[in-house]
Each structure stands twice: as structure tokens, then as C-alpha cells.
Design a protein around this ligand. Structure first.
Ligand code: ZN
Ligand code: ZN
Ligand code: FE
Length: 768
């Protein structure tokens, strides 16, 4: 190439080692010129023989943490302007924003140094470089520079400073760069006895305490974990008793994929998920083994396993005193509160749970929980909780948008901000009815709004009038003086479907199948088993599950037998006692009478078409769960049972679709008949899943017939059920449909805010 070339690279290209990478690459191809960070990315100007090869290599093998969105090249006149290749000072413009990288797991180079006794960072718990380490959790503001991170109080020593200034060094402008001389420290605060201060002995002592069955609160990357030896029954039970009296599985951490393979089945895809730089919790099928205490995940088919992702984690597993197969690493919080991040908060709130505290003095600015993923066999992986390692990486919408704030749902809340062509989905925040979670929501919003220089002029929110996110939307609009017509309610299931469309860049109309627990409908009823003809702007409700009473509202969610009774009463009337005596024998007669009065007298029994509640009902009718201790427990039990069904040639149960209403009474009768015939629970569960897949295919065909739409988007929390997802996808594809499901955005309410933002933008365009 003759002359000079200017290359503008956008995306996540700052704070991820991009400039040293370009520097080294320019030297490799003997190019002269410079590179610098500007407000929107990296600018490179080069001249030399091999510019094309240089650009190709930027494109094909960029630094591991970067995410290039665009590379624009421009020929410049003249030549011979440069001597050598240099990195220039950053140029920043007001109102523009570069993107903050998510936090990333310790890289192989740092790992090597961590375990090398000749290295000056040997066993130093805060080793990092431009390819790894904390980012989002420590950034106070942009541009991403050390004074604007929680590393500000630590002054680099001469050696660290030298690395930081050297463009050819892996730590060039690594903002969290540190070493034992100048960086943060770990210490162990013991319940009884002296605090242990030095990094080495604190970690060593912690390992010994864990070995002896203690429970520790350990400060991590995005928050605290509660930790104990996962093989130690006593310790795990004690943790379960102290933390919460439920069966909710604890996540565990294992030193490597090979070790995890001793107690879980780990496919090639799953190994990649475990070992990837985002290091999420991966749901793995457990093998029968006594390596992990049963109290880790009582009755669960799967275990949530992650690998170490900070140097401190690695040190816990690299001790001469004990080689743990796995450590329980559950979020350090109480009940539904957000994960604890500060030392004081930890000692205050977690002292009823933890025996000792492994603390450090690098502050966590943004809390980010562990993310959760699962592999769908023969397909992609799905994200069940999007947080550390993923947030706040943006989704590209493909067009310039106004600045929008979408406030999300309520229970698994996230919010979404748009800026330019990007939609920034917040990390998982949790249940907003919890005061601390709502504070966390506001705090994260303030931070992301600032970092991305977003000034929302449109506010989108769920149609549910009582959601705290809805109330927040109105408060925010009032405070920011945003006109009422710019505050847009969005129907919950429409948002689910558009979230899926946005993820896959779909613009044409789709058949939207939204199956979830609860969402406010346009008729004021509780929706959740919905078939929509949907565009990014609007939808028509084409079909839905039949409305049934939800006796006791929220109480029915915790007590699946109530919904079971609702379905039985609907299917059999008073014949239900004779049809399914087993169900009534299990339950308290007085409770049944009361709830039946509610159902039949229309007392505190809102109508619902929820597919999530249908799972509850069936789970109870076949005797799996009458009451639950954590959200989704009944549905998970049903999926678990179905997975072990051997009789995969079973047939779907009968049902009827008439006038857009899916009537399930025949299915309920079929299930009850199977129970009476002594058909195994697992086979009934499988047939139930198959029936839902058949219903979806049938309803989709009906919609295709009168609309011609051939794309089906599946969303809503029920599609985190991997068996249902796989069955449905296969059946729809066999039926000639193109099928889209959520992969990088959670199918549950954590993805709703993205859909809201896109819908609000489409409406805005329409209205001008
Ligand atoms: Zn590194
Ligand atoms: Zn240093
Ligand atoms: Fe939902």
C-alpha cells in the first residue's frame, strides 16, 4: 500500500491491551506511525509495505479481552511523515464514550508468574495485566485511567511504573497494575485470635481453616463469597442452615475442568465455557460420586461449577496444606439482598454466617455477581444470569438511537441504557422489592449513565403499575423533567420477544412464544403462556393458554399444590376426588376446602395464563413438589424427572386449541390417568414436555397459516428449561420454521429491559 493509512477501531478496545498489541504488531510489520486512544476507540496511523497484513492481523487475532465493532480505514496523502512507531497521549472529547470492559479471569501469563517462585509477584493475590483482571468492578469514571479506579490510593513502585510506561510490556497502561511492594493486601480477620496480615500467611491460614471445616467470607472480584470445603458435609450443612433454610443449590469452585470432570460430566463445549475468560458458573450434570456433599445441591441433577478467576482463588487451590476438589462459593449475601462488597458491610452482615473473613483493601466499586451459563446439548449455550465477565459489554442495535432508559421488570431486574448504536444491559441486580437491591439498582444506573455519558430522553417501563421499576420510571421522569409522552409502558411478553429479536438482529415480524411465570397483560390479567405475532414495535396476541384462577396470588407461587388444585378442579369439577385420590390424601383437607372456596368463589384468585404456573400444577399433581423453597423449584424438579425418562417414544397428551385458547383439561386428565395406571413420574414428565412442544408447534402453524410468518422467537423464563427448549426447537425446525432463542441475553426477566428499550425506540421513530 502506498502512502499513509489511518485506521479507526471502535468497540471494547481500551483497557484491554490494545495499544501495546498495535505497537508490537507495527514493529512486526516494520510500519512507522502512531496509535492513540480517542473518545470512541483507537486511532492508528501507519505507513509501510505491509499495511494490509497488519490490518488483517488486527482483525483476525485482536487481544483476548477486546471486542472490535468496526475498523474503518482511510488513505491519507503524503508519506515519510513518521519516524518509527509510537503511542501518543489520549485525545478525549466531551459527550463521547468509549466502552468499559467487563472483569476478566487471570490470564495464562499471569498464572505462570503467580506460581513462579523466582517472579517478583510470586503468590501475589492481585497480579494482573492488560489481558486480565478487574475492570468494570473498579471503574469510577471514564476515561479508564488509574486515578478514576479504586486503584487510585495505591502508588506504583518503580518496577511497576516501568512496566506501566513500556509500550512493549504486557502491563503497559494496565490500570490495576500492582505488586507486593506497592499494591493491595490480603488479610485474615479471625473470629477468635490475632488477625493474620501478610498475603502469604493469610491465604495459607485460610486454607487450613477451610480444611478444618470453617466457613469463610472471602472478598472476591465483584463481591463476597461464602466459602467452605464442598466435600465436608458438616460444613456445607452448617452454611445452609446459617444462610437460608432452602434447597437452593450452592455454586462451587473447582481448581480445573479435569477435577470437575470427576464429579460432573464435562463435554468439550462445557469445558470451553468453564475455561473461557469470562469464567461463569456452568451448570453441569452431576455424576454419582461422594466427592461433593449432597447438601451442596439437594436433589439436583446439576451442579453449578466455576473455575478460579482471580489470583486469590488460584492460591486457595494451590496450597501445600490441602488440595480441595471443590469449594462452595455462594454469593455473600442474606436472603434476597445484593452481594456484599465492602469489608465493613461483610463483617456486619455476614458475621452470623461466616466464622472468619478473608479481606483485602482493593475496593469493589460496582458489584457484579457470578454469571451463570448452561450448554444446550447439540446447540449453543444459554446465559441464565448475566453479570460478571459479561456486563457492561454492549449489544449492537445497528442504528443510531436516542438515549433511552428501560427500567426492566422486578424480580430478576436489570435496566438497559442506549447510547449511539449500543444497548448497555446492566448486570443482574435482583429482586427490587428488597430495599438494598433497589439501592443497588439506582447506584448502578448512576454509574453506567455517567460512564457511557448517557442522558436518557425516553423512559420505558413494564406495563405492571405496581412494579417498583415502574414506580422508579415515573419518579425518574419527574425528577429529570421528561415529558409524559416520552414515558412508555411496554407489555412484558412483547418485551421478552423483542429482547430475543434484538439479540439476533431480527427486524421482520416473528411468531413470539413467550412462556414465563408472570407478566402483566393488556387486559389486566396475569399472562405467561403467550403466542404473539410481534414486530419490534407492536404485537397481536394470537393465542394463549387458557385462563385459570391463581388462588392466593403470590402464595400460589410458593405452594404449587394450589395451582394443581386449580387445574384439577377445572378439568374434573367435583369428580377430582375420585379421579386423583392420591393428591388429596397428601394434602390437608381444611387447606383444600379453603383454597377451593377461593377458586370457585373468585376470592383473591386472579386469572392467569402462565406457563410457569402450569409447570407448578403438573409438578404437584404428579407428586413432585407441593411446596417450594426457592423460585422455580417445582419446574426444575419436573425437568429433572423428564431427563431421566427412558421412554422417549411417548406420545403427547391430548389438548385442544380453539379460538386462540389452548385448553389443557384433556392433558390434565391424561396425566391423572397415567398416575393412576402407575406410569413412572419421569415418563409422565417427559410426555408433559413433549405436549408443550406439540402445542407450540401447533399454535405456530396456525399463526403461520394466516400471517405467513416463518420465524419463531422463543423467550421467557420457562425456556431456561433446556429439555423444553431442545424439544421445541427440533419440532419447529422439522415443521419448517426458523427458530430463534435467547443465548447472550437471559430468557428470564433479566432480558426484559433490552426488549423495552428497543420497543421504545421503534415507537419513537414512528411518532417522529
Ligand atoms: Zn494477565
Ligand atoms: Zn509495584
Ligand atoms: Fe417474564
Amino acid at each position: 500500500m502506498e502512502g499513509r493509512t489511518r485506521i479507526h477501531i471502535t468497540g471494547i478496545v481500551q483497557g484491554v491491551g490494545f495499544r501495546p498489541f498495535v505497537f508490537n504488531l507495527a514493529n512486526k510489520y516494520r510500519l512507522n506511525g502512531f496509535c492513540l486512544n480517542d473518545s470512541e476507540g483507537v486511532i492508528v496511523e501507519v505507513e509501510g509495505e505491509e499495511v494490509d497484513a497488519f490490518i488483517n492481523e488486527i482483525r483476525s487475532s485482536p487481544p483476548p479481552l477486546s471486542r472490535i465493532e468496526t475498523i474503518i480505514t482511510e488513505a491519507l496523502p503524503g508519506s515519510g511523515a513518521y519516524k518509527g512507531f509510537v503511542i501518543r497521549e489520549s485525545v478525549l472529547q466531551e459527550g463521547k464514550s468509549a466502552m468499559i470492559s467487563p472483569d476478566m479471569a487471570t490470564c495464562p501469563d499471569c498464572m505462570r508468574e503467580l506460581l513462579d517462585h523466582k517472579d517478583r509477584r510470586y503468590r501475589y493475590p492481585f497480579i494482573n495485566c492488560t489481558n486480565c483482571g478487574p475492570r468494570y468492578s473498579i471503574v469510577l469514571d471514564i476515561p479508564y485511567d488509574r486515578p478514576k479506579t479504586t486503584m487510585a490510593p495505591f502508588n506504583m513502585c518503580v518496577d511497576c511504573e516501568r512496566e506501566y510506561r513500556d509500550p512493549s510490556n504486557r502491563r503497559f497502561h494496565a490500570q490495576p497494575n500492582a505488586c507486593p511492594v506497592c499494591g493491595p493486601n490480603v488479610w485474615l480477620k479471625q473470629r477468635v485470635g490475632e488477625d493474620v496480615v501478610s498475603d502469604h500467611s493469610a491465604v495459607q491460614k485460610a486454607v487450613m481453616l477451610l480444611r478444618d471445616g470453617a466457613i469463610l467470607a472471602i472478598k472476591g472480584l465483584g463481591g463476597f463469597h461464602l466459602c467452605c470445603d464442598a466435600a465436608n458435609n458438616d460444613a456445607v450443612r452448617r452454611l445452609r442452615d446459617r444462610k437460608r433454610r432452602s434447597n437452593k443449590p450452592f455454586a462451587i469452585m473447582s481448581p480445573d475442568a479435569e477435577t470437575a470432570g470427576r464429579f460432573c460430566s464435562v463435554s468439550e463445549d462445557e469445558r470451553e465455557l468453564l475455561e473461557g475468560i469470562t469464567r461463569p458458573i456452568v451448570l453441569l450434570e452431576r455424576l454419582s460420586s461422594d466427592l461433593i456433599s449432597d447438601a451442596v445441591a439437594p436433589g439436583s441433577r446439576t451442579l453449578g461449577v466455576m473455575l478460579p478467576y482471580t489470583p486469590l482463588h488460584h492460591l486457595l487451590f494451590n496450597s501445600p496444606d490441602k488440595r480441595f476438589t471443590a469449594l462452595v462459593m455462594t454469593s455473600g449475601n442474606l436472603a434476597d439482598e445484593p452481594i456484599v462488597v465492602s469489608n465493613n458491610e461483610a463483617v456486619e452482615r455476614l458475621s452470623g454466617i461466616a466464622d472468619h473473613f478473608l479481606l483485602h483493601d482493593r475496593e469493589i466499586y460496582m458489584r457484579v455477581d457470578d454469571s451463570i451459563v448452561a450448554q444446550v446439548p447439540g446447540s449453543t449455550s444459554i446465559l441464565l444470569r448475566r453479570s460478571r465477565g459479561f456486563a457492561p459489554a454492549p449489544f449492537l442495535i445497528g442504528e443510531e438511537m436516542a438515549d433511552i432508559l428501560a427500567c426492566g421488570a422486578e424480580l430478576k431486574s436489570t435496566f438497559c441504557l442506549t447510547k449511539g448504536k449500543s444497548a448497555i444491559l446492566s448486570q443482574h441486580i435482583g429482586d427490587l422489592t428488597n430495599y438494598e437491591a433497589l439501592e443497588f439498582y439506582k447506584e448502578s444506573l448512576k454509574n453506567l449513565k455517567n460512564s457511557f455519558r448517557a442522558g436518557p430522553v425516553i423512559i420505558a417501563h413494564d406495563m405492571h403499575p405496581d412494579y417498583l421499576s415502574t414506580k422508579f420510571a415515573h419518579e425518574y421522569a419527574a425528577l429529570e423533567k421528561i415529558a409524559e409522552e416520552m414515558v412508555m409502558p411496554v407489555q412484558h411478553h412483547h418485551a421478552h420477544i423483542v429482547s430475543c429479536m434484538a439479540e439476533h438482529g431480527l427486524h421482520k415480524e416473528v411468531i413470539g412464544v413467550a412462556f414465563d411465570g408472570t407478566g402483566y397483560g393488556t387486559d389486566g390479567k396475569i399472562w405467561g403462556g403467550e403466542f404473539l405475532a410481534a414486530s419490534r414495535k407492536g404485537f397481536v396476541r394470537k393465542a394463549h393458554m387458557e385462563y385459570l384462577p391463581l388462588p392466593g396470588g403470590d402464595r400460589a407461587v410458593k405452594e404449587p399444590w394450589r395451582m394443581g388444585l386449580s387445574y384439577l378442579s377445572h378439568a374434573f369439577g367435583d369428580g377430582m376426588y375420585d379421579a386423583h385420590p392420591g393428591f388429596f390424601e397428601r394434602l390437608n383437607g381444611r387447606d383444600v376446602t379453603t383454597v377451593l372456596q377461593m377458586i370457585r368463589g373468585n376470592i383473591n384468585s386472579p386469572l392467569t395464563s402462565s406457563a410457569g404456573r402450569l409447570f407448578d400444577a403438573v409438578s404437584s399433581i404428579i407428586g413432585l413438589r407441593d411446596r417450594i423453597t426457592f423460585e422455580g423449584e417445582a419446574a426444575i424438579a419436573l425437568e429433572t424427572a423428564a431427563y431421566s425418562s427412558i421412554d422417549r417414544r411417548g406420545l403427547a397428551y391430548p389438548y385442544r386449541i380453539a379460538g386462540g385458547i389452548v385448553c389443557l383439561s384433556d392433558m390434565i386428565k391424561g396425566i391423572v390417568e397415567d398416575v393412576r395406571q402407575g406410569v413412572r413420574v419421569r415418563d409422565i414428565s417427559f410426555r408433559f414436555h413433549l405436549t408443550l412442544g406439540t402445542i407450540i408447534l401447533d399454535a405456530s402453524r396456525n399463526i403461520r397459516e394466516d400471517s405467513g410468518i416463518e420465524d419463531v422467537a422463543l423467550s421467557g423464563g420457562v425456556f431456561q428449561n433446556r429439555l423444553l427448549l431442545t424439544l421445541t426447537r427440533d419440532m419447529l425446525e422439522d415443521g419448517g420454521f426458523r427458530v430463534w432463542s435467547q443465548e447472550k441475553v437471559p430468557a428470564n426477566d433479566g432480558g426484559v429491559s433490552l426488549g423495552q428499550a428497543v420497543i421504545a425506540w421503534e415507537r419513537m421513530k414512528e411518532e417522529g
